[in-house]
Design a protein around this ligand. Structure first.
Ligand SMILES: NC(=O)c1ccc[n+]([C@@H]2O[C@H](COP(=O)([O-])OP(=O)(O)OC[C@H]3O[C@@H](n4cnc5c(N)ncnc54)[C@H](OP(=O)(O)O)[C@@H]3O)[C@@H](O)[C@H]2O)c1
Ligand SMILES: *[C@@H]1O[C@H](CO)[C@@H](O)[C@H](O)[C@H]1NC(C)=O
Length: 303
């Protein structure tokens, strides 16, 4: 056998292994068992609509009670009804992560510590409403993104995790993003930077908390239907929030950085083979185009 044919055989073997592993991960492996979590509390931030609401309902289906945090009380109450229709308890807490005072945080901490919280879904997130150059972003908007996506997420984690460590049991999920972690995002610098921060925080914590029996996972999706993505109709590339949350809860405890929805993982595999410079140029052009299109439309509307 020539050296070339050995290399060829090894490459084919590797490809076959890669494909089988992919299929196994997404369709055949045993889903995470939520049995021992039944009757305990999960906290979901940003739970009034979108991905957070979907997580809340899916957790209720697994038998967990859910604490729902966001600003819009009426929408939270609607989600609470859905949670209760699955036979679970719910607790609605109206909370603004962008403007909470030290006193608000203290009150929240007391409220959360009076319950047995064993799951935290750090889902709340804010994005820019239009791709915007870093130098043109309003300082106030940047502060809001950092306060909600980074500072609030960090505070929530520090409130909830100590009791998990005491009980040697818990799950903390971080809703990071493919944009920023798996692909570059020119014109979304601050948002994607905040998501990369969450990803780094999550992987560091995964290493620190493993010996305490706590599972920490960073989730790095591409588009999911929601208000934020402005995509209403699900498709192969864009799962519904419900489908996404379901896949995510099945994959708890496996990959530390996870793309639970299979097509998102395909996207990330393809991207990992493309040169970064090309990706940066492509996304920059795409986002400039998107910005111009939206601005043109809004001028038309005004006329
Ligand atoms: N959708 C996607 O394609 C996608 C892709 C990758 C990552 N992600 C990440 O997934 C997470 C959820 O995204 P989504 O698409 O579901 O977002 P969304 O539709 O914009 O929902 C955001 C949630 O956060 C709450 N929220 C926003 N600002 C808040 C504040 N200051 N205080 C308290 N709650 C606040 C909102 O409720 P109120 O308005 O009632 O407060 C809502 O419940 C985010 O972290 C996002 O970065 C999403
Ligand atoms: C964040 O907002 C920008 C601008 O509106 C948009 O292009 C991008 O798709 C949004 N990101 C997500 C994950 O929804």
């Amino acid at each position: 056998m020539s050296v070339l044919s050995i290399i060829g055989a090894l490459c084919s073997l590797y490809s076959i292994f890669f494909i089988i592993r992919f299929i196994y991960r997404h369709w055949f492996r045993t889903p995470f068992s939520w049995e021992t979590y039944r009757g305990e509390w999960a906290v979901v931030t940003g739970a009034s609509y979108g991905i957070g609401a979907a997580y809340a309902v899916e957790l209720a289906k697994k038998g967990l009670n859910v604490i729902l945090l966001a600003r819009s009380v009426d929408k939270l109450q609607h989600v609470a009804q859905q949670v209760e229709s699955k036979g679970a308890k719910s607790l609605v807490i109206s909370f603004d992560f962008a403007s909470a005072s030290t006193e608000d945080w203290r009150r929240l901490e007391n409220q959360l510590n009076s319950l047995t919280v064993s799951v935290l879904v750090n889902n709340v997130g804010v994005n820019v409403s239009l791709p915007t150059a870093f130098l043109e972003m309003e300082e106030e908007k940047m502060d809001q993104i950092l306060r909600v996506n980074i500072v609030a997420t960090q505070k929530m984690t520090r409130i909830v995790v100590p009791k998990m460590v005491e009980r040697r049991k818990g799950i903390v999920l971080f809703l990071s993003s493919g944009g920023g972690v798996l692909s570059p995002a020119p014109y979304l610098s601050c948002y994607s930077g905040s998501k990369a921060y969450e990803n780094a925080l999550a992987t560091a914590l995964a290493g620190e908390l493993e010996s305490s029996g706590i599972i920490v996972q960073s989730i790095t999706p591409f588009f999911v239907t929601s208000e934020m993505s402005k995509i209403r109709q699900s498709s192969l590339a864009v799962p519904s929030a419900e489908r996404f949350a379901r896949d995510s809860l099945q994959s708890v405890g496996y990959e530390v950085c996870s793309n639970p929805y299979w097509f998102h993982e395909c996207i990330s595999i393809v991207l990992s083979y493309l040169p970064l410079k090309l990706q940066i140029r492509y996304v920059a052009k795409l986002h400039r185009g998107l910005r111009e299109k939206v601005l043109r439309k809004s001028v038309h509307k005004k006329e």
